[in-house]
Design a protein around this ligand. Structure first.
Ligand code: PLP
Length: 409
């Protein structure tokens, strides 16, 4: 085929994770006896909780009986799940939304990747640096990122998140049409507190900027004063779309379920001056291109918002939180500066001795057989940092940290 989307030709390869995998493969070939432990994985290690499994079984049985069989479901999700989400995630925290402002999907990656289809070709996008790569790549694939040189796209506004600004992006000096914010953040593990989020909502309202708020890790927030939803900030429902996921909070990385909140107050204007609702545009997009998250998965997800699954899931989250605590303690013992890890499964550490990210990665792999994720893979401002994740088992996390202590102390 001769005619292709040229934007794909300008895309950088998925360098980070393929390069991590390549280096681990070479190491294993050279050290077949080595028992490599990964603190780099973004996938969960604990199984689904019993109440979710029970709901899944029940739904599977329903699919085998003529009177309860379900075929195509509503593209935007079943009412029972949207209602459960509304009650648990929003009404219980004093946020009022309508159930039909919640769109169920097969995960937050699809939603954050697909939503940019609603933006104009010339929309200017602002991203934090470091960043979850899907925001950047999906806009680059759509051809609105410009030219890629030296690790950056010419039409994207980058908002550095560094130790100096506490990993909180500063308000841009040049106005973007859209800004992506992620809290708790992947990769830095830090959060935007109420004041920081309020400043962004006020900026968005004053500048007609849309906020794409990724709350995939909200369940890890331990302090009630930290907002779990951007809609806890007054006026956010006029400027923000929110994305959530059951992947890390309920162990659905393999089952697949997430949701996007698109309030009906969110307005957009076409170039010929027509006013449209982003809600209606997203509904139209989903109805055309998506046939819905499987019924059995939505029943499992519904269970995850109710007791006894809530209590069971809290115990699983506590495992990851305790892993994160262990990682922070180990860094403190070693005199390594570490960030995040409190309201997040990610610890973002400053490499000791000003090592660059890949040298630190190689050192850990060669000397400790431990895998981390080099910070520079998430953006230029990640150079000199590395990400550790709390998703491995407590036993392997403890063993990996012991090795780190032996090598780095
Ligand atoms: N958003 C962020 C910030 C993530 O880190 C991830 C997964 O790693 C996702 C979204 C994707 O979540 P899901 O598994 O629901 O697609």
């Amino acid at each position: 085929m001769r005619s292709i989307n040229n934007a794909y030709a300008g895309l950088a390869g998925n360098y980070l994770f393929s390069e991590v995998a390549r280096r681990v493969r070479v190491y294993k070939e050279n050290h077949p006896e080595a028992d490599v432990i990964s603190l780099g994985i973004g996938d969960v290690s604990q199984p689904l909780v019993p109440a979710v499994i029970e709901a899944l079984h029940k739904a599977v049985d329903e699919m085998g009986r003529a009177e309860t069989f379900r075929g195509y479901g509503p593209e935007q999700g079943y009412a029972f799940l949207r209602q459960a989400i509304l009650e648990h995630d929003f009404l219980a925290r004093g946020v009022s939304l309508d159930a039909d402002e919640i769109f169920i999907s097969d995960g937050a990656k699809s939603d954050v990747g697909n939503f940019q289809e609603l933006f104009g070709e010339d929309a200017v996008i602002a991203l934090t640096d470091p960043v979850y790569p899907v925001y950047e790549d999906s806009n680059a694939m759509a051809g609105r990122a410009g030219v890629h040189a030296n690790g950056r796209w010419s039409r994207i506004i980058y908002l550095p998140c560094t130790m100096e600004n506490g990993f909180r992006p500063e308000l841009p000096t040049e106005r973007p049409d859209v800004v992506y914010l992620c809290s708790p953040n992947n990769p830095t593990g830090t959060v935007l507190d109420r004041d920081a989020l309020t400043a962004w909502v006020e900026y968005a309202r004053a500048n007609d900027t849309l906020i794409m708020f990724d709350a995939a890790y909200e369940a890890f927030i331990r302090d009630d004063a930290v907002p779990r939803s951007i809609y806890e900030i007054p006026g956010a429902d006029e400027v923000a779309v929110e994305f959530r996921s059951l992947s890390k909070t309920a162990g659905f990385t393999g089952l697949r379920c997430g949701y996007a909140v698109v309030p009906k107050k969110l307005k957009a204007r076409s170039s010929d001056g027509k006013t449209l609702l982003l809600h209606d545009m997203w509904l139209r997009r989903q109805c055309t291109k998506y046939n819905g998250c499987p019924y059995i998965v939505q029943r499992a997800a519904e269970a995850a918002f109710k007791e006894p699954a809530r209590t069971q899931m809290r115990a699983v989250l506590a495992v990851y939180q305790s892993n994160a605590d262990m990682m922070l303690d180990a860094c403190a013992k070693l005199g390594i500066q570490a960030f995040g890890g409190v309201h997040s499964p990610y610890v973002w550490l400053k490499t000791p001795g000003n090592m660059d990210s890949w040298s630190f990665f190689d050192l850990l792999l060669e000397k400790a057989a431990v895998v981390c994720t080099p910070g520079v893979g998430f953006g230029a401002c990640g150079e000199g940092y590395a990400r550790l994740t709390a998703f491995n088992t407590p036993e392997l996390t403890r063993a990996a940290l012991k090795r780190l202590e032996n090598v780095l102390s």
